[in-house]
Design a protein around this ligand. Sequence first.
Ligand SMILES: [Zn+2]
Length: 184
Amino acid sequence: MGIPSTNNGLESSNGKIKEQYTLRVKLNLSSFLPTMQQMLSEWSSKSTEEPFHTFPVVSVAQEKEALTWLQSLDKKTILHWYGNSYIVPSTFNHQYNSMLWLQEYSTLPWTQWDNFPQWLKAGRLITIPMTCSCRSNLKTYVCKHAIGLMMHFGCNIVKDPVKLQNFQKRRGRPRKVGNALSGV
Ligand SMILES: [Zn+2]
């Protein structure tokens, strides 16, 4: 407690320096300077070879899992809320339909704590391309719901950002689900 650990950015870099360059030995300045030069050179070229990720990497296994989920999903339950946001009931939910889930999202009617997690697990709020309210997505930024819904809308090459931009820009395409307030 109170001391930065490896989840702190500075301590994380310090850990890498000790582990990969100085090998946990306190070097003299004369030997540390060339080590530092090598280190910076390697870090610099690495940042060019491996650019900063602006989109999560999706594995083939995750795409397969998403496809399985999509195939078992009753498409009539997909509710368009607004923009790129959709509500989908979860697989083990028997109490909520998408509309009721959305209503409770707005009105927060729970009077006991237990009612809240029940509601939370009963539906998924998915914003395409890649955001979802499920636990997996909150931890890893990837989940079968978001990928699956992208597949449903014909945008399944999730590794291709150009496709995603096209999806967001697309206008006038026939809509596969109704609006939230249309009562569908
Ligand atoms: Zn999800």
